[in-house]
Ligand binder design. Structure first.
Ligand code: HEM
Length: 170
């Protein structure tokens, strides 16, 4: 069960990561094209990669990863670091989705700097996540957040930081 779920997880991650890495390159191709058949073809390919490949793969990666949480030992610091990096990856996935629709309007453009910045951000994040999961580095949270893994620790930390928190009742 765990092995097949991991297989699904890794296959989905491969598709998701490949989609994200190729998208900025597709966006960058926009600069050479005027309205016409070639622009429409590029638009279709970019939409296919985002809507039909990367986004469903992200959904499967997150769903299979969430299922794996219940089957593996994940209450360790490296896993929290992984989740923070995955959160950043998901946010940058949304950024690609926000760039796509206006890019194919008559005045749409995507220059060299955003191309290099977005591609580098994806590669750095994906490499960092894979490194964290495979190396499982030992991080001692007692050094910076002593009660992180203690039951009720978050509530006490909120209380110390923000005072008493009350939920307003109408
Ligand atoms: C919300 C999203 C995700 C969740 C909840 C999640 C959760 C998990 C869990 C629980 C495991 C098993 C850990 C263990 O072996 O103890 C796992 C394995 C793995 N994950 Fe994820 N994951 C997510 C996204 C990702 C992403 C985006 C990547 C890479 C870019 C990734 C890469 C991997 C790899 C390479 C493994 C295999 C590790 C091994 O077998 O040693 N995961 N994931």
């Amino acid at each position: 069960m765990t092995t097949s779920l991991k297989f699904v997880h890794l296959a989905a991650i491969a598709l998701w990561s490949a989609g994200l890495i190729v998208l900025p390159f597709l966006f960058w191709q926009r600069r050479k094209l005027e309205a016409g058949l070639d622009l429409d073809r590029l638009h279709r390919v970019a939409r296919f990669v985002y809507v039909e490949m990367a986004s469903p793969a992200a959904f499967v990666a997150i769903a299979s990863g969430t299922a794996l949480i219940f089957l593996q030992t994940t209450f360790v610091e490296w896993f929290s670091l992984k989740m923070a990096l995955v959160g950043a990856m998901a946010m940058l996935h949304v950024v690609a989705g926000l760039i796509l629709p206006p890019l194919f309007s008559p005045k749409g453009q995507f220059g060299r700097f955003p191309y290099v910045a977005l591609t580098s951000a994806y590669i750095v994040l994906i490499t960092a996540i894979i490194w964290v999961v495979l190396a499982k580095p030992h991080i001692d949270s007692n050094q910076f957040a002593a009660h992180l893994f203690e039951p009720g620790g978050l509530g006490r930390w909120l209380h110390q930081s923000f005072g008493e928190i009350r939920i307003p009742t109408p």
